[in-house]
Ligand binder design. Structure first.
Ligand code: GLN
Length: 309
């Protein structure tokens, strides 16, 4: 029913768009500065033929931190739960996504969870394959399967722009290499990680990925499992506890939907056994979440009673 409420969704998106004025596009990755801060789009997928999509639906954007959910899924399928969580923890940090502090203070020096940059770098190092091309190719094929869109690739301009300026992520990676979290060549790992973050999607693609994660990892049409059930549960749990960075607690109270954001302004949400939602709004709040996207999800959750709690 929500997908048929086009008029209401159009109204809600214009209400939420007002908040874009209070946010700022990310600027620490130079290419992300080029985004139009007034853009806002929403797609909702319920497993039917098409997504309900409103706002600036023709816009595409890069996954950024949303990719952390997908690299985690792949690493868990490749290496198994025990191996992955011997290198990365399961606890929220309460710190910004790129913070280095707990890497040193938390003993042993492994990253606290896979949704912060340090943890995501460790997870990316566990994607199986011998070359960057092979590992990235496997991640892209996985995303093609999740979305049914074989055209999805990465944005080279954004990837290069991040790779040239990712000194903080480099420092996280060198610190972890020193402490034996992984043994990869740091530049190769950064190359793969920045390409992974630069995978380009639409809000409809995002809604479809969110839907598969919501519905026990099953393929939209064939219902064949693409992600094993126990892994899709792990993904949704991290989305609740760490998905919105250090705003995850407030988001759980205000919205109550497993979700993951990225600094490009994307948000992917998965309502267990229900809808997949994709949002794009590049104006961010001070924690790096889409400012209007958060307001929109809050309004949707309240109007359609979507909180899982
Ligand atoms: N590529 C970004 C980074 O590593 C992703 C961060 C994010 O979306 N929060 O800084």
């Amino acid at each position: 029913m929500i997908c048929e409420d086009k008029e209401v969704l159009n109204y809600m998106i214009e209400e939420a768009r007002i908040y874009t004025k209070d946010g700022k596009v990310a600027d620490y990755i130079p290419a992300l500065k080029e985004a139009d801060s007034s853009v806002l789009s929403l797609a909702i997928y319920d497993g039917g033929k098409t997504c309900a999509a409103v706002g600036n639906v023709e816009e595409t954007f890069t996954l950024q931190s949303i990719s952390k959910v997908l690299s985690l899924a792949l690493a868990l399928m490749d290496q198994g739960v025990e191996e992955v969580f011997s290198k990365v923890g399961m606890e929220p940090t309460g710190d910004p996504f790129n913070s280095i502090i707990k890497l040193e203070t938390n003993k042993p020096n492994k990253p606290l969870n896979p949704m912060i940059n340090a943890g995501a770098l460790a997870v990316t190092s566990m994607i199986a394959g011998t070359t960057t091309e092979e590992k990235l190719g496997r991640l892209l094929s996985f995303i093609h399967e999740l979305t049914g869109n074989p055209k999805i690739s990465y944005d080279e301009h954004v990837a290069n722009s991040e790779l040239a300026t990712a000194h903080l992520n480099r420092s996280l990676a060198y610190f972890m290499k020193q402490h034996g979290v992984f043994d990869d060549d740091v530049e190769d790992l950064l190359d793969l990680y920045t390409k992974q973050c630069a995978i380009e999607v639409s809000c409809q693609d995002l809604a479809k990925i969110g839907y598969v994660i919501a519905n026990e990892g099953r393929h939209v049409e064939s219902h064949r499992p693409i992600i094993p059930l126990h892994i899709s549960r792990i993904l949704k749990t991290f989305m609740v506890t760490c998905g919105m960075y250090n705003a995850s607690g407030e988001f759980a109270i205000r919205v109550g939907i497993p979700a993951k954001s990225g600094v490009s302004g994307g948000i992917m949400a998965s309502i267990p056994h229900g809808l997949g939602i994709g949002i794009y709004g590049p104006a961010l709040d001070d924690k790096g979440n889409s400012i209007a996207g958060m307001k929109l999800l809050e309004a949707l959750s309240s109007r359609y009673d979507l909180s899982i709690f």
